[in-house]
Write a protein that binds this ligand. Sequence first.
Ligand SMILES: Cc1cc2nc3c(=O)[nH]c(=O)nc-3n(C[C@H](O)[C@H](O)[C@H](O)COP(=O)(O)OP(=O)(O)OC[C@H]3O[C@@H](n4cnc5c(N)ncnc54)[C@H](O)[C@@H]3O)c2cc1C
Length: 455
Amino acid sequence: MKLFIHRKDLRISDLPALDYMAAGGEPGMHALFLDPFLLRGERYREHSGAGFLRAAGRLERAYEKAGRKLNILYGEPAALLDRVLDARPDIREVIVHEDYTPYANKRDRELREAALARGAAFTALPDLSLAPMRDFHEWTGRQTPYKVFTPFYRQWRAFLAERYTTVYASEVSDLDTVAAPSLPDCGLPAHLKSVMEDRDGQAHEPERRLRSFLNGALSRYAEARDAYAQDGTSRLSASLNRGEISARRLYVAVGELGSIQSESWLRQLAWRDFYLYQSRMDPDYYHYERKFDLSGLDDRHFAAWRDARTGIPVIDAAMTHLNETGWMPNRLRMIAAMFLTKNLRCPFIYGERYFRLKLSDYDNALNRGGWLWASSLGFDAAPYFRIMNPVTQSKKFDPAGDYLRTWLPRASLDAAVPIHEPAPDAIVDLRQSRLDAIAAYKAIIQNAAREPDDD
Ligand SMILES: Cc1cc2nc3c(=O)[nH]c(=O)nc-3n(C[C@H](O)[C@H](O)[C@H](O)COP(=O)(O)OP(=O)(O)OC[C@H]3O[C@@H](n4cnc5c(N)ncnc54)[C@H](O)[C@@H]3O)c2cc1C
């Protein structure tokens, strides 16, 4: 028998693992291990943790509807696997989909060891990205990974045009599933169960959302994606990151349309693959902060940024939106991240950590990519001297101020101050803080270039 463990792949079709298991023909055990580490503290209540738990609830119900069994177990993954394999020595292979974060790498090493120690094989199949990273990298014939987006994108498009086949065919209903042995103390604690069973959260029907986007907003995507007062983007990121829909499905669906606007949307999907690729290929990706001396930066303004008290209308509106709903449109993520790291000269890891809790579509690789870009510290990042002015951005992308009126607490809408302009008591002067940031980041980047690389 094979054991398939779900992670960031919370769906019942178009999964490499299902095709793989269907080819074997024998019944399988399907499980989702809920990991106390990832839901520690208050994380399970925050937008990112609660979103995952609700998606786990939807997955369980989808299995039930298909007449199949999903075994949800709570515990440290390698210890859980040990116990399952002890109770079912007939499990000869453990199957997962690849994941590339530092925590995932460590966890999967431990899972592999636990499986091999009991004589079971351990198989990890690619699923997260649209272009399977290993195949893509081999196909490019490069010795070193891409560090710049545009050449990556050109090759990525060519790879997909030549190699892309289709979504995976098997459905969970095509497979026989068996119940896990009963394991005392591995049931879900009540506080997590109640979030998992909560059906009141935002409706998540990624297939319907995809259709409505492709038939509607896609036609003006390139012009409207930054006009954040309108709903001009797909809002599929949370579903993609939890694996409720695959990037392959999006590629096929948009390809069927053949619209000229498809290219600019595909380009955004390529950014997702670019960051996943970096996170897998670049050994520094998850610790750039160690390569730079950030001691000249500090967190004195972090709380005001977090709590939407900066006095810069677009920043306070965006942070209120995030705090209340778990969502912030992409252009505003760029503006808010650049404002924190540059005008407020706060180390990017503070903002990165905050987004980790709050974003409903939180993903470690993509979030880090966004923060490295904004702070000019990653590959192909914003140049340190090009600092977005939040007031100019606000006027350009929300000229009528509709977004500000929706999200800014009423009290701060002072008729005496034009809507996009900083309040008289704003925490920084935009002009001076921009000049200070340029000097600070110039020094950070030049010093790092002079340091010998001893990693
Ligand atoms: C500081 C910062 C932090 C971010 N953190 C995250 C995060 O934790 N999780 C996350 O999914 N995205 C993150 N992003 C990227 C981006 O903001 C979101 O992917 C996007 O807003 C999702 O909206 P959408 O689904 O409507 O996208 P669309 O515009 O409809 O694009 C389609 C898909 O392309 C991908 N995509 C779009 N823009 C980007 C981008 N700039 N970088 C990478 N992929 C992109 C997403 O998967 C998205 O769902 C971050 C960006 C910044 C600047």
